[in-house]
Ligand binder design. Structure first.
Ligand SMILES: [Zn+2]
Length: 309
């Protein structure tokens, strides 16, 4: 019996279960109806991300807990609205060493972005009155995760308090949320063109922004946010059609005042502002981590643990 062959989470708590890095007893401890529903959700999530996770975990690392959460900044909420919730959705994986953040779709399908917060970088974790799970780091940065189920928030606040206070690792103030290479999962600081560890290439945030400036949505398509890209392209097509194409092609309506240079100036300003906002938002999402350029490296170039699958 293993995670993929198990039909329900209870199967993993009884009988013979293959060795795995997952602490099923802790993850699926469920008393009462609601706890069982959450265990079911957790079971589905873990199943969906297992393959990706196994490539990321270090040999002795064990996973205690998984849940989902999303961070949305005010600017994102204002300019991208509800789409930001999907773009920023993450599986939060709590292991013996760190919190891993895996980009996941609505249906829990893993995306490309992977980052981590080492426990030694965490100053405090709080479950707030307005439903946030707020992680404060020693470097003063703070991440507020929304949509984390409330029972999970309480559990995590307690669990992380113990871990961060119990650790003997030297606290380093420079540590923060660290982005990892999508090819080999080595921590890769800054925004280089490729991974210093494996040589795999990353997509360029500047290029993504430029594409979105030329035509909204194309930069999002380039970094792989296809759904959002299509919506934005449709929106931009609509405005171009209404503001530019139809006034140029349709015969002038004698009832309406003629189109003036002032009209075109206003349209140009509106379009430049619209395209610029999309370029900035695309840049913002493109800088959230490393998006792989090109496919995975040949197995021979990968660390042996990853080359196996
Ligand atoms: Zn790499």
């Amino acid at each position: 019996m293993n995670l993929q062959t198990a039909k329900k989470y209870e199967d993993l708590l009884t009988g013979t279960v293959d060795p795995s890095p997952f602490d099923y007893a802790m993850m699926f401890k469920a008393d009462g109806y609601f706890a069982r529903q959450r265990a079911k959700t957790r079971f589905k999530l873990l199943k969906a991300i297992e393959r990706k996770l196994l490539g990321i975990l270090r040999p002795q690392e064990r996973v205690y807990w998984v849940t989902t959460g999303t961070t949305v900044t005010l600017a994102e909420q204002f300019f991208v609205g509800w789409m930001a919730y999907y773009l920023n959705r993450r599986a939060l994986v709590f292991s013996t060493e760190r919190v891993l953040l895996l980009e996941i779709s609505r249906g829990n399908k893993p995306g490309h972005l992977v980052s981590q917060i080492p426990y030694t970088a965490i100053a405090s974790v709080k479950s707030t009155w307005n439903g946030l799970c707020r992680v404060k780091l020693l470097n003063q940065k703070s991440y507020a995760f929304q949509s984390v189920p409330s029972a999970d928030r309480k559990f995590l606040a307690d669990f992380l308090r113990d871990i961060t206070q119990g650790t003997n690792a030297p606290f380093e103030r420079i540590q923060s949320l660290e982005n990892m290479c999508p090819h080999c999962y080595a921590v890769t600081a800054g925004h280089p063109a490729g991974c210093p560890s494996c040589g795999g290439q990353f997509k360029s945030a500047g290029r993504a922004a430029l594409l979105s400036f030329v035509f909204p949505g194309t930069g999002d398509w380039y970094i792989g946010h296809r759904g959002v890209a299509i919506l934005e392209m449709l929106g931009a097509c609509f405005w171009w059609l209404v503001l530019v194409i139809s006034p140029l092609l349709l015969p002038a309506d004698p009832e309406m005042p003629p189109i003036t240079g002032e009209y075109w100036l206003t349209v140009a300003v509106i379009l430049v502002i619209g395209h610029s906002i999309d370029a900035l938002m695309t840049y913002n999402f493109a800088r959230k981590g490393h998006y792989p350029l090109g496919s995975r490296l040949p197995a021979a170039d990968l660390p042996p643990r990853l080359a196996a699958d």
